[in-house]
Design a protein around this ligand. Structure first.
Ligand SMILES: C[S@@+](CC[C@H](N)C(=O)[O-])C[C@H]1O[C@@H](n2cnc3c(N)ncnc32)[C@H](O)[C@@H]1O
Length: 441
């Protein structure tokens, strides 16, 4: 980012929008901030801060407790995205932002926060005698443990009488997107993931690179054996965004399925889990291979997606199958409270957790407008659900058919290591560049 641009971004952070010191101190008493991620030397709130030259957006916030009063111009969406994504990596980020519920960034990110407080009236920023021309909100990403402790007997972080005005209180919510906690020490994950992704055939690749019984979780989505490589152009009208070279399954789908699943079983730990996504046309091949390999079927999940290809003479197909296997007598881990707490309720009073644990999953397919992709990218929400329930931070996740690297993306976000294969050089070359910093040499 050029300096001029950065100075403009930060201009809203000079005298006018500088955080009121007493508000900061009240929050600092709770959070003990380690870094002001967006500051100028004259208004930095912490000893550690990122100035425009250092560009807080380019820094790693993992493991930090961050104070963020970002520039309020259009760039704010980048800061909100960074705050949210850093919280998934274990950062706590407390943001003071304009309460702009009409913006896209508000809906994209604030809805995923652990806690939101709307401030009644308008703040006086810096040394200004006048109130700001907009209302403000406090938004907290991550930091669940501190929030729980502070909010046990009240609803707001700030005293109700802050500067003589009370707060509009929003009930505390512990959001499903809150950072994953280590199961043992209950600390947020803050570990870099190791990624080993290879542009080769999955069977020979696994034989050459993966030792027996070393992988905790396999999440994989093989070609369905229905000539789906030909669908690419139907799914994305912009030719420049179509990944070419999709490798389809060999003609003998049964034999090939048995071959790669045999490798998958070999590398799986005794208590590991394996999720295979399948269309309905060749579902029996997967089930048959699993039976021959003596794998136990734990769940047969139906994934209902939001749109199928229109048909006139039969029903529209709008589901896939997700087969969740383990080894015979295996005791796979299942983190049943990793996403929702038992007492969280839907609007109709039903349990969110119970709904999340049913074996029909309604997850929309993603629209990745403007991005290069092949036709059957899994939604990240689906990979996230599997990885959260069936692995722990630090575990190794394997994907035999990386495609758009969805499993890899989510594994990295959740602090898991990943090993995987993709035979199509075009999509591999296009996606691997996102992982350069995390690749194992
Ligand atoms: C259904 S797609 C995977 C989609 C992926 N789950 C995603 O979210 O983008 C299957 C992928 O397997 C790749 N493939 C086919 N045969 C392969 C093989 N023998 N080894 C590795 N990759 C293979 C295809 O090129 C294709 O990208």
């Amino acid at each position: 980012m050029v300096k001029k641009e950065l100075d403009v971004m930060f201009s809203s952070k000079t005298v006018v929008w500088e955080t009121p010191q007493n508000l900061y101190e009240e929050l600092n008493n709770v959070f003990h901030f380690t870094t002001d991620v967006c500051a100028l030397p004259e208004n930095a709130k912490c000893e550690n801060y990122y100035s425009p030259e250092q560009d807080g957006l380019a820094q790693d916030w993992r493991g930090d407790c961050c104070w963020m009063n970002p520039p309020y111009g259009r760039e704010i969406s980048k800061w909100m995205k960074k705050a949210y994504e850093s919280s998934l990596d274990g950062a706590t980020v407390v943001c003071l932002i304009p309460a702009r519920t009409d913006t896209r960034w508000w809906h994209d990110y604030v809805g995923k926060a652990a806690h939101i407080e709307f401030l009644k009236g308008r703040l006086k920023f810096g040394n200004s005698k006048d109130s700001a021309p907009f209302p403000s909100a406090l938004v907290v990403f991550g930091g669940e443990e501190k929030l729980k402790a502070v909010l046990e007997n009240k609803y707001a972080l700030l005293n109700h009488k802050f500067e003589g005005r009370s707060m509009v209180l929003v009930p505390v919510r512990f959001n499903k997107s809150a950072p994953v906690m280590n199961r043992v020490n209950k600390q947020p994950i803050s570990r870099p993931s190791k990624i080993l992704a290879m542009n080769c055939d999955c069977i020979s690749g696994a034989q050459a690179h993966i030792a027996d019984a070393t992988v905790a979780l396999i999440v994989t989505d093989p070609p369905f054996g229905i000539g789906e490589g030909k669908f690419e152009k139907l799914y994305n009208r912009k030719e420049a965004n179509v990944a070419t070279g999709y490798v389809e399954a060999p003609e003998d789908y049964d034999k090939w399925t048995l071959d790669w699943m045999k490798e998958a079983k070999r590398i799986l730990k005794p208590n590991g889990s394996m999720y295979v996504i399948s269309g309905w046309t060749n579902l029996y091949s997967i089930l048959d291979a699993a039976r021959k390999l003596d794998l136990s079927l734990v769940n047969h999940i139906v994934w209902k997606f939001n749109f199928g290809v229109h048909t006139k003479k039969k029903f529209v197909s709008s589901h896939y199958h997700i087969l969740y296997f383990c080894k015979r007598n295996g005791k796979p881990i299942f983190n049943n409270h990793c996403r929702y707490l038992p007492d969280e309720k839907l609007e109709n009073g039903n349990s969110v957790l119970y709904q999340d644990m049913q074996d029909v999953w309604e997850i929309p397919k993603e629209y990745a407008r403007g991005k290069v992709k092949n036709c059957n990218k899994l939604p990240e929400a689906l990979a996230e659900k599997i990885i959260e329930y069936s692995s722990a931070p630090g575990d190794t996740v394997c994907d035999f058919f990386l495609g758009n690297f969805t499993t890899a993306t989510v594994a990295r976000k959740l602090g898991r290591d990943l090993i995987g294969f993709e035979l199509n050089k075009d999509i591999y070359d296009c996606k691997i560049s996102d992982f350069i910093d995390d690749l194992v040499a």
